[in-house]
Design a protein around this ligand. Structure first.
Ligand SMILES: *Cc1c(COP(=O)(O)O)cnc(C)c1O
Length: 434
């Protein structure tokens, strides 16, 4: 596969932008390759500027449940754009999107739109702090909640109650208010609550973790977490930026029958255009300005073009049963992979739910961040290169999910099973003597 044009463009980009990218994972650093530069995408396919075609499982890291350039979404964006881009005043479209979110997420009685998942989480945390009058937040190691300062913190090894930042530029005073628990380990949360009595404003969690690869919550874990937080006077924030409108029309909370106090959304609700939202109990949301003392604002919040993409996407999800379509395509893919790779269960673990999955290069199951870190990233690198050269665009990191859309075709899924299983079999037979 020739990628000369991509190579040249990347060089040019590197002279102008840090790492040549506007978001780090795009640089392919962890797999040691030069990234592809994308020209366009349609349905389940993406094309680079050299004209190579890939079956896409990155799907913009989640928003494209309907695949790329869905006609209905394109039409809606086109028509919204022709009526003006941004007004600094309320539109009917915003009200319609809020209604659609509320309809599918009964826990979201009131919602505010923002421009990214990061902004949704950052604002939700401020609101939780303002509402409870407390300063600390509990998060889980390996869960990603965007790049706001207080969320870029993870536990130092072995020291659950002391937190070290995972980025430079995060002050000590910020990181000390972020407590880090172990995913799927309720006792780690109990310890934090008892060491920080009446100080914890909220617990934030990805109800299904999808940013350390896909890691599922153990039966009963989320329920226990909600009860524990409420017993301690603390709010529960579900970060459903990936899982919202993907795990079910009502997200992970709809699938599991749970009710957080605040929910963060993003990705799918913008259909690929920049958006985020946070919402929840009315009494909490009324703490936001202009009604309450917690300030939050945005020049482009509820932007009509982004909102039109979101409305068209959510309506298409409703009328198309797109969530079930993507689910059954993902199941078909996973069944195919499990069948081809059944002799490798001591070397790989496939975690999946609904239409997201991760192939971990570690046998014996993956339940938390510690397990994730035992994956063999060298094997992943090799696998990634074979998959890319075979015509699959998969995220260039062991710690991401593969996203299946409602537009992935059976023949593309068959092709994917063949490329992935060949790559894995080749690797393990070449290196069986190591
Ligand atoms: C992507 C993501 C975010 C951040 O959203 P951005 O739009 O990239 O700022 C937050 N939380 C989760 C769970 C995400 O997957």
């Amino acid at each position: 596969m020739k990628r000369d044009k991509s190579l040249d463009a990347v060089k040019h980009a590197e002279s102008l932008m840090p790492g040549g990218v506007n978001s780090p994972v795009r640089a392919f650093k962890s797999v040691g390759l030069s990234p592809i530069v994308v020209k366009r995408a349609k349905d389940d396919k993406i094309y680079d500027i050299d004209g190579n075609e890939y079956i896409d499982y990155v799907m913009s890291y989640g928003p494209m449940l309907l695949g790329h350039a869905d006609e209905r979404v394109v039409k809606s964006v086109w028509s919204a754009a022709s009526e003006g881009f941004s007004f600094g005043a309320t539109t009917e479209a915003e009200i319609e999107l809020a209604g659609l979110i509320n309809k599918h997420f009964p826990s979201i009685e009131s919602v505010r739109l923002v421009s990214s998942g990061t902004e949704a989480v950052m604002s939700a945390l401020r609101l939780a702090r303002g509402f409870t009058g407390r300063s600390k937040i509990i998060k889980f190691e390996g869960c990603y909640h965007g790049h706001s300062d207080s969320m870029l913190v993870k536990a130092g090894s072995g020291a659950l109650t002391t937190s070290v930042p995972s980025s430079a530029g995060i002050t000590e005073s910020l990181s000390k208010d972020t407590l880090v628990a172990v995913y799927n380990d309720i006792s780690s949360v109990k310890e934090l609550f008892s060491a920080n009595k009446k100080e914890t404003a909220a617990v934030i969690i990805e109800p299904v973790a999808a940013n350390m690869g896909v890691v599922l919550p153990k039966e009963g874990f989320l329920n226990e977490l909600i009860n524990l937080a409420h017993d301690n006077g603390s709010l529960v924030i579900f970060d459903e930026v990936i899982t919202g409108f993907r795990l079910s029309n009502g997200g992970a909370q709809g699938l599991f029958g749970l009710k957080p106090d605040i929910t963060c959304l993003g990705k799918i609700i913008g259909g690929g255009l920049p958006i985020g939202a946070f919402g929840g109990r009315k009494d909490i949301m009324e703490f936001l300005s202009p009604l309450g003392p917690v300030y939050q604002a945005g020049t482009l919040s509820g932007n009509p073009v982004c909102v039109s993409a979101g409305i068209a996407t959510l309506k298409a999800i409703e009328s198309d049963d797109a969530v079930s379509k993507a689910d059954s395509s993902a199941n078909y893919l996973i069944d195919g992979l499990k069948n081809e790779l059944k002799n490798f269960s001591d070397k790989i673990t496939v975690n999946s739910i609904s239409s997201i999955l991760t192939i971990f290069f570690k046998g014996g199951g993956v339940l938390n961040f510690n397990d994730v870190m035992k994956s063999d990233t060298n094997r992943f690198k090799d696998f990634f290169a074979s998959a890319l050269n075979g015509g699959l665009f998969i995220a260039p990191s062991q710690y991401e999910a593969m996203f299946v859309s409602s537009k992935h075709t059976k023949s593309d899924l068959d092709k994917t099973v063949a490329i992935i299983s060949e790559a894995i079999k080749k690797y393990f037979s070449n290196y069986k003597n190591l």
